[in-house]
Design a protein around this ligand. Structure first.
Ligand code: NAD
Ligand code: MG
Length: 392
């Protein structure tokens, strides 16, 4: 049976990797819904190539242009706009059975939740939604019988190392590997004047701008600790981080009998996406096999928490629980965006996150409304701290 795949964030880095894998398996997979934020032209171009039933532009202002673009291209694809359309298609059983959640940031929360609540197979790349509301999302998945397949390479690696039912019986600890990003080995002082162009130039992975900056600050690994906590029900004390500059070992699971299982492969997100799209079968992804003779060595080192305090801030937020991860994520999104726009310096990213966490101490996060309000308030406070120069 052909899987109808909705790709939310189709014009992004993960979206394009997902479409690459889908297009390799026309008998098994079809892109039935393509959604993007605001780039109508790029979305229409993808529709011409993949001929989905539905195209959604989240920005309402793009509706007319999307309709006109699809019509001018002679396509039957239906044009939709706005977040309500995104959520409705995520939930619609006729539109898709599988959703690739690859929108960047907390903006991906509602559509991911809509897909989970309707019991879909959700290929989850949008880690920020789990950081913001992981407990509620995983609970919703259990209630609706949804399958959540982690696409983040580390979590996908762990998913591959765990038994098929995903249970963590016999697991002593989980070790997330980190490339260390473009500034690995640098001192904190030497990071004062790094530019956005330097920060997004990742040595191993080609990714969107936000996650590239997160990799440079190590906030990405911090978000991933929180992500792993929710996906695998592991406490912080059993989650470790190891810097591995070659990015070939994508994470490790240590069992109580002394075995450690790891998943290795070239750094290319199509492998993780193929695991999610093909499961339970293994399907071709276009990624070459790993030639360890050619690579020669695998190195490991401890993360430098002084140069990269975001990793510790995230661990502290995970341990504080409640609304703390939501505050961390929101402040980080504001900080990264300001840094990319040249309005803030690199070292102000952890400073702004710390400032916002201090201003909004953790309270229990009983409901989505509490988390949404916390997210909004944290963005407001972080924005204010930039404007007033309280953090620079
Ligand atoms: P990207 O910037 O390349 O693409 C983001 C996509 O989201 C685009 O299609 C954009 O149109 C869409 N989008 C942005 N804002 C939106 C909004 N408000 N509403 C609807 N759509 C919106 O980002 P990416 O690198 O592909 O990352 C996507 C997600 O996957 C992120 O959460 C990231 O952390 C995660 N992830 C990415 C990688 C990677 O290799 N790129 C690896 C692991 C996890
Ligand atoms: Mg990752």
């Amino acid at each position: 049976m052909t899987r109808n795949v909705a790709i939310f964030g189709a014009t992004g880095s993960i979206g394009s990797s997902a479409l690459d894998v889908v297009a390799r398996h026309p008998q098994r997979l079809r892109a039935s819904v393509l959604a993007a934020g605001r780039n109508v032209e790029a979305l229409v171009a993808l529709c011409v190539r993949h001929r989905p039933d539905h195209a959604v532009i989240a920005d309402e202002a793009g509706h007319a242009a999307l309709r006109a673009g699809l019509r001018a291209s002679g396509l039957d694809t239906k044009a939709h706009a706005g977040v309500a359309a995104l959520d409705a298609l995520a939930a619609d059983p006729d539109a898709c059975d599988t959703v690739v959640a690859a929108i960047v940031g907390a903006a991906g929360l509602d559509s991911t939740l809509a897909a989970i609540r309707s019991g879909k197979r959700v290929l989850l790349a949008n880690k920020e939604s789990l950081v913001l509301a992981g407990t509620l999302m995983m609970q919703a998945a259990r209630e609706a019988g949804a399958t959540v397949v982690p696409i983040d390479s580390e979590h996908n690696a762990i998913h591959q190392c765990l038994p098929p039912d995903g249970g963590c019986r016999g697991v002593r600890r989980i070790v997330l590997t980190a490339s260390g990003g473009p500034f690995r080995g640098r001192t904190r002082e030497s990071l004062a004047d790094v530019t956005p162009a330097q920060a997004v130039a990742h040595p191993k992975w080609s990714m969107g701008p936000k996650i590239s900056v997160d990799s440079a600050t190590l906030m990405n690994k911090g978000l991933e600790l929180i992500e792993a906590h929710h996906l695998f029900a592991m406490p912080s004390s059993r989650l470790d981080v190891l810097v591995h500059p070659q990015s070939l070992v994508h994470s490790l699971v240590e069992f109580i009998d002394g075995s450690t299982l790891a998943q290795l492969g070239l750094p290319d997100m199509r492998t993780a996406l193929a695991v999610g799209l093909g499961s339970p079968e293994r399907i071709a992804s276009g990624v070459a096999g790993l030639d360890l003779l050619q690579h020669g060595r695998l190195d490991f080192e401890a993360p430098d928490l002084r140069a990269f305090p975001c990793l510790q801030l995230a661990r502290d937020a995970l341990e504080a629980g409640g609304t703390a991860p939501a505050v961390l994520n929101a402040a980080n999104e504001v900080a990264v965006s300001a840094f990319l726009q040249g309005r803030m310096r690199f070292l102000a990213i952890p400073a702004l996150v710390e400032h916002t966490l201090a201003a909004l101490p953790a309270v229990p996060a009983e409901s989505l409304d509490v988390l949404r309000a916390t997210d909004a308030r944290a963005r407001e406070l972080a924005g204010l701290a930039i404007e007033t120069g309280a953090v620079r």
